[in-house]
Ligand binder design. Structure first.
Ligand SMILES: NC(=O)c1ccc[n+]([C@@H]2O[C@H](COP(=O)([O-])OP(=O)(O)OC[C@H]3O[C@@H](n4cnc5c(N)ncnc54)[C@H](OP(=O)(O)O)[C@@H]3O)[C@@H](O)[C@H]2O)c1
Length: 284
């Protein structure tokens, strides 16, 4: 068993000054049931994945935890992300839900904890209050880094201006049909790492004629082309598959490169197309 030879990206300095590094390629687990998660994550860890993305909302943290334990891997060799669920934004709920997350995952320290959705227009919820609770959680030492997900530029600016604490990561829908260039420049200015969710457009990008044309020209699969585009774009990427052979192929992306013409052609596929929810439409 060996770790994948993908690079790691520096997220932040943790509370004790250590640099927190995230493996650039991880495994997504959305829509993987708790029962299935143990087998899926065991397969991924055997294939060489060392970065797993779960969430309170997915209901599979316990299955992920069982796989981590069964793998026998050293804790420091793994990078585990979870996310604060929408009903848990208030301080007491957030702290209680983190207890449940740690128990389910059977971990003492989580590598990255994200606010799953901004809930900017939800009554009784305040972006800044939620972020202050996340900062308190960081200072408690139970997580190595904190970040957000699905935040728009105005959400990022509000929490940074109010607290002075920059999220390590913003995990957003991002793929060649939705390149999020404006948001990525805000991330660059603030020093936020961009992480791509639904990096394959939930599989739909794999039938895009341009993606297929590039894949055929290089002799790799459409999924490998899209994942390689994320890596070469300096994005953290978490494709999900429940199939071991697809996980293996999705991680086999270091033996080829996309040239400038391929990268430009893939960038040009941007049509602002979302395959998931718009952040403004999610409320508690
Ligand atoms: N923060 C958020 O709000 C948010 C929202 C959505 C997702 N996420 C995270 O991002 C992760 C990835 O996003 P996603 O799961 O929505 O979509 P995705 O990774 O873009 O695509 C997953 C789909 O592609 C298929 N697939 C994967 N590799 C393939 C291959 N080599 N060939 C053909 N089909 C392939 C999978 O099928 P099989 O499983 O059958 O192989 C699945 O149907 C999630 O799992 C989750 O961890 C976060």
């Amino acid at each position: 068993m060996c770790a994948l030879s993908v690079p790691a990206i520096a997220l932040t300095r943790g509370t004790n000054g250590e640099e927190v590094l995230v493996p650039q390629l991880g495994l997504g687990t959305y829509k993987v049931s708790d029962d299935e998660a143990e087998r899926v994550v065991c397969d991924a860890l055997e294939v060489g994945y060392r970065h797993i993305d779960t969430a309170q909302m997915y209901g599979n943290e316990a299955g992920v935890g069982r796989a981590i334990k069964a793998s026998g891997l050293a804790r420091q060799d793994l990078f585990i992300t979870s996310k604060l669920n929408n009903p848990n934004h208030r301080r007491e709920d957030a702290l209680r839900s983190l207890d449940a997350t740690m128990e389910a995952l059977d971990l003492e320290v989580l590598d990255l904890f994200l606010v799953h959705w901004p809930l900017a227009d939800s009554p009784g919820i305040d972006l800044v209050d939620t972020w202050r609770t996340m900062i308190e959680i960081l200072h408690s030492g139970r997580v190595r880094a904190i970040g957000v997900s699905n935040y728009q530029p105005e959400h990022l600016n509000r929490i940074v201006e109010a607290t002075g604490v920059v999220p390590a990561v913003n995990q957003v829908e991002l793929h060649p049909w939705l390149t999020q260039s404006e948001l990525r420049s805000v991330h660059e200015q603030l020093g936020v790492v961009t992480e791509s969710w639904s990096p394959l457009g939930r599989g739909r990008l794999l039938t895009d004629p341009k993606v297929i044309e590039i894949a055929d020209a290089i002799g790799v699969s459409p999924a490998q082309v899209v994942i390689r585009w994320h890596l070469q774009s300096s994005l953290v990427v978490i494709p999900k598959s429940t199939h071991r052979e697809r996980m293996t192929a999705n991680a086999d992306v270091v033996g080829f490169t996309l040239d400038d013409a391929h990268m430009t052609a893939l960038d040009a596929l941007d049509q602002g197309v979302r395959t998931g929810s718009h952040p403004d439409r999610i409320q508690v």
